[in-house]
Structures are given as C-alpha cells and as structure tokens.
Design a protein around this ligand. Structure first.
Ligand code: NAP
Length: 248
C-alpha cells in the first residue's frame, strides 16, 4: 500500500513551480489531489491529466487564494467531490518586491492577501471537517526570508513571518484534535518566482549556500510528503528550512 493511499490532499497554487511538484509527489504516493490555480488554465489542465495518469483522482479548481468567499466555496466543492480533506498545502504565493521608499500600498496589500490571508482562508474552512474526522495535516509554505528578513522584501518577509506565527498558533490550538500544522521555509528554489534574478546575482547568492546550488521544486515536495504522511506523526508546530544550509 502506498504511503498516502485513500487520502485527499488540497494544494493551492499548483499550476506551476513548487505547487505542481507537490501535487505530483503526493499523487505518486497515492493521494487524490484537489488543486487550485489563478490564471494558468492550460497548465492546470495538463497537470490534471498528468495526475490522472498516476491512477489517482485529480481535479483542478480556478480559485483565488486571497478571497475568503472563494476559499469557502472551494472547500465545499472539494468535500462534495472527494468526501474528505486529509492534507492541506497552503502553497499559493507571489512577490511584489520593492524598497520601502518605493513600495506602494497596493504592493503591500497584494502580498498580505495572497500570501498570508490565503492561509487563514483555507485553514479556517478545513478545520471543522478535519476536527470531525479527528485527523489532518496542514502544511504552509513560508520562506527563509520570513526568518532572516531581506532588503527589498519587507512585504514578502512580513507575510512569510506571519505564516510562521499562524502555523505555530494553529498547531497549539488543534494538536489535541490530532490535527498537525507545520511550515516549510524554502531558500532559493528554481521556479518562475526566481527566474527573473540575473545570472550574476544568482552566482553571488550561491556563494552563501553551503550546498553551492539552488534547490529544485521536487526537493521541497519531498519534505511536504514527509509532513503530509504519518512519517511525521509527532512533528507539530515546526518550521523546516529547505535551503541547502543557507539559514544555518
Ligand atoms: P511560482 O512558480 O510563481 O508559482 C506560483 C503558483 O501560485 C502558481 O501556480 C500560481 O497560479 C499560484 N497563485 C498565485 N497567486 C494565486 C492566487 N491568488 N490564487 C491561487 N493561486 C495563486 O511560485 P513558487 O516558486 O512555486 O512558490 C510557491 C510557494 O513557495 C510560494 O508561497 C512562495 O512564496 C514560496 N517560496 C518560494 C521560493 C522560491 O525560491 N521559489 C522560496 C521560498 C518560498 P497561476 O499559474 O494560475 O498564476
């Protein structure tokens, strides 16, 4: 029997990057997958087909993670279609980098609603069904900059630090119900999010990473698999850095 057979995972923002790798990794281990995207409809369709090919049930939903109303509707639809939600991966996220002198209120607000409020939106709506089934694993994507800070990313770093505070608080609230909540703090991972960084800057960053390279989305997905499964049955309220040793 596969590690996650009979389980359903809801992964937000899975049309590209880390979310896509997470959806594939959890499906490989037998989980049925409900996932969301915002605008990449074709990529979402391709992912749905790739997941079906692994033999699991999979549905992609267009749903804006920053909207509470859409999260409520999404969770209702997923429960109707899949009956349970055992694993939630709050992965959807964006950057709107700028120095504070140039940062607009809109850049601040977009980051807060997409990266932080989104985690509340989905968690709030899955907690009741998870309490009823007396089990669940919620995994939130933070970032090492939520721990260390980063010039040019006050908005992003604050949102990701917020994700850590939320994760630890929820873990304390729901541990007695056998619902675990943990966060992952990736370092530099090769995705569209880091694509815009110049080669020169990348070489500079690599010098500070003990493993001497960027990570892959799959390397983050492997840690999600650990946290999603019973392999981590006594891990709760933790932040696991996946950063090649950068945050050490
Ligand atoms: P990415 O390649 O830019 O992909 C972002 C994904 O999120 C896409 O599937 C996108 O959907 C979705 N998304 C964005 N806004 C959304 C919204 N409002 N509602 C629903 N879905 C939305 O990013 P990534 O690098 O994979 O990052 C994934 C997560 O890891 C993020 O939370 C990010 O902050 C975190 N992280 C990444 C790194 C890194 O180095 N890459 C490091 C630390 C933390 P569409 O395709 O439809 O736009």
């Amino acid at each position: 029997m596969k590690l996650l057979e009979g389980k359903t995972a809801l992964v937000t923002g899975a049309s590209r990057g880390i979310g896509e790798a997470i959806a594939k990794k959890l499906a490989e281990s037998g989980a049925n997958i409900a996932f969301t995207y915002l605008s990449s409809a074709e990529k979402a369709m391709a992912l749905e087909n790739a997941l079906h090919a692994t033999g699991v049930k999979a549905i992609g939903y267009k749903s804006d993670a920053s909207s509470f109303a859409e999260a409520e509707k999404l969770v209702g639809n997923v429960l109707m279609e899949f009956q349970t939600i055992d694993i939630v991966v709050n992965n959807a996220g964006i950057t709107r980098d700028n120095l504070i002198l140039r940062m607009s209120e809109q850049q601040w607000d977009e980051i807060m609603t997409t990266n932080l409020k989104s985690v509340f939106n989905i968690s709030k709506n899955v907690v009741k069904p998870m309490m009823k089934q007396r089990s669940g694993s919620i995994i939130n994507l933070s970032s090492i900059v939520g721990i260390t800070g980063n010039a040019g990313q006050t908005n992003y770093a604050a949102s990701k630090a917020g994700v850590i505070g939320f994760t630890k608080s929820l873990a304390k609230e729901l541990g007695s119900r056998n619902i675990r909540c943990n966060a992952i703090a990736p370092g530099f991972i090769e995705t569209d999010m880091t694509h815009g960084i110049s080669e020169e800057m990348k070489e500079q960053f690599k010098k500070n990473i003990p493993l001497g390279r960027y990570g892959s989305a799959e390397e983050v997905a492997k840690v999600v698999l650990f946290l999603a499964s019973d392999l981590s049955s006594y891990v709760n309220g933790q932040v696991i850095s996946v950063c090649g040793g950068l945050n050490t």
